[in-house]
Write a protein that binds this ligand. Structure first.
Ligand SMILES: [Zn+2]
Length: 239
């Protein structure tokens, strides 16, 4: 009975230590989560701005090319009209040359404009997507951030409470047993008290002599694994 009580205390201690470990770890991962959520909004905003800027630049370029196209078409019409009134071969050659030049440039510009329009369509899609994404994450991320910042702010208080719990538990555990626990914890981490499984240590699988199992089950001894040093307990999962 006494051993049973001690084991219960050890398990409680292990739970508290697990919680303390989690709290320590959260000092690292909470700021990281906060940072990621903030960055997600920031990056989406930047991407939206960049796409909108590119869209208006493309728009300006398109307008410029449209104007050039108008001028070229006017010139072309003028040259074609002059074609009807030419008198010499030299004039003919010069005009043909001008017309060919204009036509070449017109087709280049038309191609360019087509590319710009396609690109602008893509940008429109992107802008729509970024806006939708931003609408979604601005609210949810802000809500999560409030929660996470609160959690981060309360870590130290929670650690203090858990440390108080730990003290209350450790004073009720035999000093030698506690020393064993602390030693194993230092070497092996969180898992100190381990359930026996298939008549072996549940952590390192070293088998346990049958008579020891009997005594552990009866609660007559506290047994530590002679391979890994962990404290072994019999539970209904043992079998
Ligand atoms: Zn072991």
């Amino acid at each position: 009975m006494v051993i049973e009580k001690e084991m219960e205390m050890l398990l409680k201690l292990q739970n508290v230590d697990y919680d303390l470990g989690e709290l320590e770890r959260s000092k690292d991962y909470l700021p990281e989560m906060i940072n990621n959520l903030e960055r997600e909004v920031e990056e989406t905003k930047n991407a939206l701005e960049a796409s909108e800027k590119e869209f208006s630049e493309q728009n300006l370029l398109q307008n410029k090319l449209d104007m050039e196209l108008t001028t070229l078409n006017q010139e072309l019409a003028k040259f074609q009209k002059q074609m009807l009134a030419i008198k010499t071969n030299k004039e003919y050659d010069a005009l043909t040359n001008e017309i060919a030049n204009r036509k070449k440039r017109i087709s280049e510009i038309e191609e360019e404009i087509l590319k710009i329009l396609t690109h602008m369509d893509d940008l429109k899609e992107k802008i729509k997507e970024y806006k939708q994404k931003l609408e979604g994450i601005e609210k949810t991320n802000a809500d999560q951030l409030v929660h996470l910042r609160e959690e981060f702010g309360s870590i130290q208080d929670k650690i203090k409470i858990k440390e108080g719990d730990r003290k209350n538990i450790t004073v009720r555990i035999d000093r030698k047993l506690l020393a064993t626990y602390e030693r194993v914890k230092k070497g092996r981490g969180d898992q100190v008290v381990v359930t026996i499984r298939k008549r072996a240590c549940g952590a390192c699988y070293k088998s346990i002599p049958p008579q020891m199992i009997q005594e552990i089950r009866k609660g007559e001894i506290i047994y530590t694994c002679d391979n890994c040093g962990r404290i072994l307990i019999w539970t209904d999962k043992s079998g």
